[in-house]
Design a protein around this ligand. Structure first.
Ligand code: APR
Length: 318
């Protein structure tokens, strides 16, 4: 039997997710949105591309949670995106309310789903989602690290004229200005980036610029688009997580997961490398961090905790 994947939010990211999932034939897609017409219209439009692209999955649109019942995977993008000049944190008040509604909707209908959250501010929203649903923490996860890492790898590839396929790197911590590019874990064609700096192939200043561009990668796109935020790369990243779960690929991916003692940190969601397989988050990988990486990572965790405190002020039930 085909898997069932429900997408809560049929906006820019939701529609792109549906398209990618259909092209990859990962499962039948239910697009849910409070604006039912958008969900139905996009589902029909993508379905009509199936004869051309030759995929064989069902797509439907709805504003009724009953139609998402017994989903294997749920990907949440319900919420508002930022406008130019806004930070992700500015979305907290409005998106927290929306996520509470979503949690109510999916709690009874799909208690066993693997839930990927994309709505911002990511780390705090995914933590709130887990608390509102009370789903198993291994089954509730946020998408951010793959996107941030992918942006950094792309910038490095452009700068160094090296294929993205030959670059390994990861960005951890919170999905905001405090995110941490793990330079000691950045390999260009198997060589540490610090070695390239030593050899003069890239200056330390230029590397810092790329790290900063990565931190502001989302804002750069918001500024260009003027309306809405990035959606192609976020959707691709969300699909990679869903695929690793559905196919039990056990990929190691940087994601916002519930940290319970690893890295000396407890009771918070933030970006760490995890293994995603058929049981959801099967393991958190503890990388050896340099003292600089560790101190930046701790700073980032502190920023996430502060934002979660702000969320608790908005909704004391958290
Ligand atoms: N339940 C379901 N859907 C909702 C709800 C709700 N309570 N409230 C809003 N939505 C829907 C909107 O109708 C809209 O179609 O969520 C959709 C969001 O789509 P876009 O505005 O296009 O936003 P998108 O670019 O997809 O980003 C969604 O992901 O990356 C984050 O910061 C981004 O928080 C934003 C989210």
């Amino acid at each position: 039997m085909r898997k069932k994947i429900s997408l809560i939010g049929a906006g820019q990211i939701g529609g792109t997710l549906a398209h990618l999932i259909a092209l990859k034939e990962l499962g039948d897609v239910v697009l849910f949105d409070v604006a039912a017409g958008i969900a139905k219209g996009k589902a029909l439009d993508i379905a009509q591309s199936s004869p051309v692209n030759g995929f064989n999955v069902n797509l439907s649109g709805t504003d009724n949670y009953e139609d998402t019942k017994n989903s294997d995977v749920i990907i949440i993008t319900a919420g508002v995106p930022r406008k130019p000049g806004m930070t992700r944190d500015d979305l907290l008040g409005i998106n927290l309310k929306i996520i509470k509604q979503v949690a109510e909707g999916i709690k009874k209908t799909s208690p066993n789903a693997f839930v990927v959250c994309i709505t911002n501010p990511l780390d705090v929203i995914v933590m709130a989602l887990q608390k509102y649903t009370n789903f198993n923490k291994n089954k509730v996860i946020g998408m951010a690290g793959i996107l941030d890492s992918s942006r950094f790898i792309y910038f490095l590839s452009q700068e160094l004229n090296v294929s993205v396929k030959k670059i390994q790197s990861l960005v951890l911590g919170g999905h905001g200005d405090s995110m941490v590019a793990m330079l000691n874990h950045t390999l260009i064609d198997g060589k540490k980036i610090s070695k390239l700096v030593e050899e003069g192939l890239i200056s330390k200043e230029r590397l810092d610029d790329l790290v900063n561009r990565t931190k502001k990668g989302g804002a750069e796109i918001v500024k260009y688009l003027e309306k809405g935020s990035a959606f192609y790369a976020p959707a691709a990243s969300g699909v990679e997580m869903a695929e690793s779960y559905l196919k039990d690929l056990k990929k190691q991916l940087p994601c916002a997961a519930y940290i319970d003692g690893q890295y000396g940190i407890k009771d918070i969601y933030a970006g760490v490398p995890v293994i995603i397989g058929k049981n959801g988050v099967e393991k958190i990988i503890e990388l050896k961090l340099s003292s600089e990486e560790e101190s930046n990572f701790k700073k980032s965790i502190k920023a996430v905790k502060e934002l979660f405190d702000a969320a608790k002020k908005i909704d004391p039930s958290l």
